[in-house]
Design a protein around this ligand. Structure first.
Ligand code: HEM
Length: 445
């Protein structure tokens, strides 16, 4: 089992994706009936359960992919597979502890990391072990490194720092100053997302170079420019998380330009790559190709929303509406999840042959159509609320809520379809991973 540890990360990640989406579905029903599950598990516990589970999918899917690809690179063997396996066990056990903390209501952490704060320690240890294994495996092995190796290494190092930074509120000096506290808190989140984007965008470039069978895709000026832009974004692109704080205007403008440029370049890289592929190359890795193309579409859609959201006059009204949720779910599902599902499809194809499952294909179609409706319903709900908030003679909040009911139904029903799509994609992948690990175990016995 130890040598399959990258696949264990991926399998657990897929389970988290399905489970997290199901919990999301439960939350979306509370929009229609506020009393739903209230007595068993209230919204303030259900929401973090959802966000923590889906964030775990992103972290586990990206980590498993990086470990797996590392083991596939010529001249490289993973320095300590046992340590990698230990990393997996540590994350899995911490996941259980986080669930106990959230379900029992013994929380205490800040937004997105609401679980009992000490549980961050094993997570940090896991990232440090990951970094140690990663750099030790690469040390002195490769000259003229392709960009994805730089991106993965950078993502790991910055993740360790920003995860720690997100807990600086434990120091009373910071906690006692509201602006300093909120500034550091939201800055760390922006950089935290930037760090996992490094892992995920590095994965996208790795996949593009492998599908095209051309290492030059991961070398050259454009991809390295993209890397440095991503790095700058990681360090300074957090300002849109701190619009409400009294920051200097130039900080906002710089952050805004960098983050938009990064997306435009990503669209350009994927577009140029897709144009240069032959029909045979597209067919050979059809599922991975489809997910990468879908991610390009979702980058484009989210870019438009982000451009609108960043106009200060509009941001003023959109803030705190469902438009913000459309932005976070649009990017984490449309961009991050699509790239990671491309990665998992690619790996599963390598270990067990072409993906012929019709279920997966129809799941892909359902996933994209339902995500579009899901995303639009959040935007419409957000615009409706923004218009309501800007009208001084507005109706009561309960009237707003009851008038929004058709939109919430649309959100819930498209959420059901999205959940079914995600399950149809994940189940065949999980089955293949399981069969592969079982078979190798039997062969080695
Ligand atoms: C069937 C699928 C899903 C449904 C029905 C769903 C539903 C929801 C709901 C109702 C919320 C709470 C919004 C609020 O605070 O009012 C939420 C938040 C969130 N969801 Fe999902 N979700 C689904 C899948 C996913 C997936 C797959 C991801 C990521 C991979 C994701 C990422 C997030 C994030 C990041 C937030 C926090 C939003 C914010 O704070 O702005 N969701 N989701």
């Amino acid at each position: 089992m130890t040598r399959h540890f990258p696949l264990l990360f991926i399998a657990l990640g897929l389970v988290a994706l399905v489970l997290g989406s199901f919990i999301g579905l439960l939350i979306s029903f509370t929009y229609l009936d506020a009393t739903f599950l209230k007595e068993i598990i209230p919204f303030n516990q259900l929401r973090p359960l959802h966000t923590t589970t889906v964030v775990s999918w992103i972290v586990l899917g990206a980590t498993g992919g990086v470990y797996y690809y590392l083991s596939q690179i010529k001249n490289i063997t993973i320095y300590a597979p046992k340590l990698g396996f230990f990393h997996f066990i540590l994350f899995a056990l911490t996941g259980v502890a986080i669930y106990i903390s959230l379900l029992s209501g013994r929380m205490g952490g800040r937004e997105y990391l609401e679980y009992f704060p000490l549980l961050t320690i094993p997570i940090l240890v896991g990232w440090i072990l990951f970094g140690f294994n990663y750099f030790k495996s690469l040390f002195g092995k490769i000259k003229n490194r392709p960009v994805y190796l730089w991106m993965w290494g950078t993502g790991i190092v910055f993740m360790v720092y920003h995860l720690s930074e997100a807990h600086f509120w434990i120091f009373s000096d910071i906690r006692s100053d509201f602006i300093k506290d909120m500034g550091i808190q939201w800055k760390s989140y922006g950089s935290f997302f930037g760090s996992w984007n490094m892992l995920i965008y590095g994965t996208a470039i790795y996949l593009m170079s492998k599908i095209k069978k051309d290492e030059n895709v991961a070398r050259g000026k454009t991809v390295f420019f993209f890397y440095f832009l991503g790095l700058t974004n990681l360090m300074f692109g957090w300002a849109h998380h701190t619009y409400i704080l009294p920051n200097a205007d130039w900080i906002r403008y710089v952050a805004y330009v960098i983050s938009m440029t990064e997306w435009i370049i990503l669209i350009h890289i994927i577009y140029a790559w897709a144009k240069s592929l032959s029909k045979a190359q597209k067919k050979e890795n059809s599922m991975a190709y489809r997910f990468l193309m879908a991610s390009e579409f979702w980058v484009f859609v989210n870019l438009i929303l982000a451009l609108l959201m960043s106009i200060p006059a509009l941001n003023y009204y959109m803030h705190g509406t469902h438009i913000t949720v459309a932005h976070s779910m649009g990017t984490t599902i449309g961009i991050n999840t699509c790239i990671l599902l491309a990665s998992v499809s690619y790996i599963v194809k390598i270990i067990s042959g072409p993906l012929t499952s019709k279920t997966g294909y129809y799941g892909f179609i359902l996933f994209n159509i339902s995500l579009a409706v899901f995303w639009l319903s959040l935007v419409i709900g957000g615009v409706y609320k923004a218009v309501w908030m800007s009208n001084p003679e507005n109706l009561s909040f309960s009237t707003l809520h009851s008038e929004s009911t058709p939109i919430f139904w649309l959100f819930f029903l498209s959420g059901c379809a999205l959940f079914i799509g995600i399950t149809m994609i994940s189940a065949p992948l999980l089955k293949r991973l399981y069969n592969h690990m079982k078979l190798s175990k039997e062969q080695s016995n």
